[in-house]
Design a protein around this ligand. Structure first.
Ligand SMILES: Cc1cc2nc3c(=O)[nH]c(=O)nc-3n(C[C@H](O)[C@H](O)[C@H](O)COP(=O)(O)O)c2cc1C
Length: 362
């Protein structure tokens, strides 16, 4: 079948064991509506409204109590959370959509006021993030110094990811995405400015990648390689990470290893890399190294997404902010209809306003 430049975004694609109806992916977005870490009825409504995306990736969802750091963010480690997610997957599937859950462990990006009783702030090293974060009870707060994970605790944390992946399948998700981007636990291991370890999990590119690779292997063993995606953000400095000279070497290694593991997809935030010659070369190396589906992300619009797909730089493109205020984004792209502007004040607010009240064209 011939695909023209004009309809490439709207062409179906086979990824792993399933088919998606277009190449427009809804990017993972924390929306802070999960009271007591449980996604309510409005969360199901929100995702169902966006089921015309080829694939939905949910907001970051914690695999364990230690993985929650922000206010009103969900988990997938208790019976009640799993039951509540079933409502979400059912609502999306009923509308013909596909949905994977993003497993996000925040690591050091956390405050106790946002955490469940007994949870601890853990990270590869006892290096605090210099930022502040919102808490519902105390307002803005500095983030405390995390405890360094012991070797035994690393094993436990990996096991929690594997169990959360099983829970995700029980909840009806089509797969999981491991959040290895944006400065959360997995990237805290990858980046040497947050990872000061001298054991097998710190130092060389291989060692800093070990936590992600072992987690990916454990999740594959739990649910199968065709249900596991990974998100990465080379050159990211968000959440108090610094740039480091071994970036290209590190991500080249990761692309090789993830390719060997034959996972469902790699979700690459390429916007930061694309700002430099070295980064652009890395993005192209990753594209050539990783043979399965590559999702591109970060600042795309319809025209730049079409161009990226046409040039073969990726297979799918994810859109974040556009999906907040345009639940029927694929339809709007198809018709070249105007896009609604989202209210940033309500991105992370509690309640339905600025959440489920954006309308579709029809
Ligand atoms: C409100 C909001 C919440 C976000 N939460 C997450 C998240 O939970 N996990 C994640 O990987 N990225 C998160 N992101 C980043 C988006 O997935 C995406 O990479 C970013 O918005 C850039 O894409 P865009 O230009 O299409 O919006 C978030 C972005 C926004 C705007």
């Amino acid at each position: 079948m011939e695909t023209t430049v004009k309809d490439i975004l709207f062409s179906s694609a086979k990824i792993g064991g399933f088919e998606i109806k277009n190449r427009i992916v809804m990017a993972p977005m924390t929306r802070s509506r999960a009271i007591n870490s449980i996604p309510g009825e409005n969360v199901a409504t929100y995702y169902a409204q966006r089921a015309s995306a080829g694939l939905i990736i949910t907001e970051g969802t914690a695999p364990s109590a230690n993985g929650i750091g922000y206010a009103r963010t969900p988990g997938i480690f208790t019976k009640e959370q799993i039951e509540s997610w079933k409502r979400v997957t059912k609502a999306v599937h009923n509308k013909g959509g596909k949905i994977v859950v993003q497993l996000m462990h925040v690591g050091r990006i956390a405050h106790p006021a946002n955490m469940l009783p007994g949870a601890r702030i853990v990270a590869p090293s006892a290096v605090a993030s210099k930022g502040e974060m919102w808490t519902d009870t105390l307002g803005m707060q500095p983030m405390p110094q995390p405890s360094e994970l012991t070797a035994e605790e690393i094993k436990q944390t990996i096991a929690e990811f594997a169990q959360a992946a099983k829970n995700a399948i029980e909840a009806g998700f089509d797969g999981v995405e491991l959040h290895g981007a944006n400065g959360y636990l997995i990237e805290q291991f990858i980046n040497p400015t947050a990872n000061k370890r001298t054991d097998a999990y710190g130092g060389s590119a291989e060692n800093r990648s070990r936590f992600l690779i072992e987690t990916t292997k454990a999740v594959i063993a739990a649910i199968g390689k065709d249900k596991v995606g990974v998100r990465l953000s080379p050159y990211n400095t968000f959440n108090d990470l610094e740039l480091y000279p071994e970036t290209a070497e590190t991500y080249k290694y990761l692309a090789e290893e993830l390719n060997k593991l034959d996972i469902l997809y790699l979700h690459l935030i390429d916007v930061l890399a694309n700002a430099s010659e070295e980064g652009r070369s890395l993005v192209s190396t990753i594209r050539n190294t990783f043979k399965n589906t590559l999702i591109l992300a970060g600042g795309y619009d319809k025209a730049s997404a079409e161009q990226a797909l046409e040039e073969g730089r990726g297979d799918l493109v994810s859109f974040g902010r556009f999906f907040i205020s345009n639940p029927d984004l694929p339809e709007r792209f198809r018709k070249d209809a105007p896009l609604a502007e989202g209210n940033q004040q309500l991105f992370y607010a509690a309640g339905d306003e600025g959440y489920t009240d954006y309308t579709s064209l029809n």
